[in-house]
Every structure is written in C-alpha cells, then in structure tokens.
Write a protein that binds this ligand. Structure first.
Ligand SMILES: CC(C)(COP(=O)(O)OP(=O)(O)OC[C@H]1O[C@@H](n2cnc3c(N)ncnc32)[C@H](O)[C@@H]1OP(=O)(O)O)[C@@H](O)C(=O)NCCC(=O)NCCS
Length: 210
C-alpha cells in the first residue's frame, strides 16, 4: 500500500533511508548521526517535499520525497528490493510532473540501471567536489513522452472543469501557491537544489496495492 507521509512518519522514513543507504554504499555510511538524520527529514525533507511511503502492513518498506521537477530521496529496504516497490514509488512522482531530475552517486550502479531502465537519461557527471561526500555523482533527467503529456494535459483539463464548476470563490483548480523556505542541503549533491513549490497535492488520488 502507498500513502502520503505525515510529519509523524519521518522517523520511520529515516530508518528506511539509513538502512537502504548504508547497505548500498557502506563506505559512505555513518556520515551523520541518527539525530541529525531525524532533524534533516523533519525540518528539510518534510517541509520542502511531498513524501510518500510504501507499506507492508503497518511497516514502512520504502519512501520517496519529491518537489518541483526533482526527486530528492528514493529508498527501499534491502529485504524489499527487487519486488517493484521502487518503481511504484517513482511512478507517484512521474504522475505529477512532466520532467524529473535527480542526483545519484556514480558508483551506485544498481540505482543508475534502475533509473535508466525507467527512462532517465544521464545529463552530466561531476567529480564530487561539490557534494558533502566528495563522491563523484551523476545528474539524470526524465521527460514524459509527448503522447503521455497529451494524456496528462487532458486529465488535468478534466480536473479543471470539474473544480471550476464546483467552486465560485476560487476558480483555480490548483492549491494556492506555497512558498517553501530555501533548503540548506546536507551539503550533498544527492539533495537537489532548492526551488519554490507551487503545488503540494498533485499525487492525491494515487493509491496502489503491492
Ligand atoms: C534503487 C532502488 C530504489 C530500487 O528500488 P526497488 O524496489 O529495488 O526497485 P524495483 O523492484 O521496482 O525494480 C528493480 C530494478 O532495480 C534494479 N535493482 C536495483 N537495486 C536492486 C536490488 N537491491 N535488488 C534487485 N534489483 C535491484 C534491478 O536491476 C531491477 O531492474 P529492472 O526491473 O529494470 O530489471 C532500491 O534498490 C534502493 O533503495 N537502493 C538503495 C538506495 C538507493 O540507491 N537509492 C537511490 C538513491 S539516488
């Protein structure tokens, strides 16, 4: 089951993040204390991103955090990997935006092949000088196909008509703009650059069972 995460879910999200990250990149493990991770997820990830979790019963097994055109976090517990959980979480973000970008470490071969198999194209690679870990990283970008974009526009247009018909006061079908405070990243290029967010509800209505 997928659902949107609340502030109270952030500690569980940290556990998923830390377990998956340390398993994938053990040489980079332990850069931050659990308390620092918790602060970062509550005060930065949750406040700047839309976060969704994948659950097996009540246990969180995967999480994604995304905002305007950027995926900031995508992690699945090692024991739950390879079962489609990451793909389903990624699709939540892909339903919301026509473009998505993300940073990943060059040596995270599994993550790179995961993204490449799902339409992400390599934009550029860095020597890691600009990230906290000083680890060479790679920027990927996904763009929705023209055909799918036309479909998406039609769906949004239907939503607009339905919303406009039911609202005299606010003719806009979208939530009012929300200005998000600038994000100070952990210093890592894994964390995408700060931008303001204009809609936080685009994935509402997405429910999926696994
Ligand atoms: C990358 C990640 C999010 C993918 O999630 P997932 O639930 O394993 O992905 P899915 O089951 O939907 O898809 C599996 C695909 O990913 C690849 N893959 C990546 N990691 C894998 C793993 N540990 N076990 C099996 N397959 C893995 C497989 O090759 C498979 O590719 P294919 O379907 O194109 O053949 C997950 O492996 C993960 O959390 N990795 C560690 C943290 C990480 O690197 N996050 C990304 C940071 S940018």
């Amino acid at each position: 089951m997928l659902r949107r995460l609340e502030l109270v879910d952030m500690d569980a999200a940290v556990l998923v993040y830390r377990t998956a990250f340390d398993h994938a990149l053990p040489s980079l493990a332990g850069l931050h204390t659990p308390k620092e991770d918790q602060w970062f997820f509550r005060e930065r990830v949750f406040r700047t991103c839309e976060a969704w979790g994948a659950f097996d019963g009540t246990a969180m097994i995967g999480m994604i955090a995304f905002r305007d055109d950027w995926i900031d976090q995508l992690y699945v517990l090692p024991k739950a990997q390879g079962r489609g959980v990451g793909t389903e979480l990624l699709q939540v973000a892909q339903r919301c935006f026509d473009h998505l970008q993300l940073w990943t470490f060059q040596r995270n071969v599994r993550a790179r092949s995961f993204y490449e198999a799902r339409g992400f194209a390599l934009i550029r690679e860095t020597d890691g000088a600009g990230n906290e870990e000083k680890e060479p990283d790679a920027l990927y970008r996904w763009t929705r196909s023209q055909v799918a974009r036309g479909y998406n526009a039609a769906v949004q247009s239907k939503r607009y008509l339905a919303t406009a018909a039911s609202s005299q006061d606010n003719p806009s079908p979208w939530p009012r703009a929300v200005t998000v405070p600038s994000k100070t990243s952990m210093g890592s290029a894994r964390m995408a650059r700060p931008r303001s967010r204009t809609s936080s509800q685009c994935a509402v209505g997405v429910t999926a069972s696994m």
